[in-house]
Design a protein. Structure first.
Length: 185
């Protein structure tokens, strides 16, 4: 996993809970704690940090990953404003994940293994999206999606229709924009 994810986790943990909590998580996880954005780190190290956060915060893995994704979006927008340019709302942002955002991530971070998203059944007020990744971090994808909506000042209804954690072959999300707000197309 690329170090930028570890950098984002450190940023959101220290912002919400302080440097001492981050240091405690590093110690409890037995993690190195020194991450460069371009570095490659074992997925197990991130999982150990998430497990330490679960214990510290009294939350399950899904809740920690979802919180992380939600809180990371402002940091992503600040560090990588080009990813957000040209998007009037979360819908076009999400539609550009594979071909625009992850393509740029792979240019910036050679060797990055990004999840893949298949968008289907897109209607005016909703879309279905398959999340495909061997990392099984669908809750992080949900958090990033909710954080993106918040970034664009939108409210979404997020449903996890199928999930690998429930034995399904892949995860499918249904993202809907309530009819009382504009959907940016």
């Amino acid at each position: 996993m690329k170090g930028v994810i570890f950098n984002l986790l450190q940023a959101v943990v220290t912002e919400a809970h302080g440097d001492d909590v981050w240091d405690d998580l590093i110690d409890q996880a037995g993690a190195s704690g020194a991450y460069t954005s371009l570095g490659n780190y074992d997925d197990a190290e991130l999982e150990a940090l998430v497990a330490a956060a679960c214990e510290r915060l009294g939350l399950d893995r899904g809740a920690v990953l979802r919180w992380f994704g939600q809180q990371a979006m402002p940091h992503l927008a600040s560090a990588y404003p080009v990813f957000f340019e040209g998007h009037a709302g979360a819908r076009t942002f999400l539609e550009g994940i594979n071909d625009i955002i992850h393509a740029e991530v792979r240019k910036l971070y050679v060797g990055a293994e990004c999840p893949h998203f298949n968008i289907q059944n897109a209607a005016g007020d909703r879309m279905d999206m398959d999340y495909l990744s061997p990392r099984r971090m669908c809750a992080l994808a949900q958090g990033f999606t909710e954080g993106a909506a918040r970034h664009f000042g939108e409210t979404i209804d997020f449903q996890h229709l199928t999930c690998t954690d429930r034995g399904d072959p892949h995860c499918t999300f249904r993202i809907a924009w309530p009819l009382n707000q504009p959907v940016h197309a």
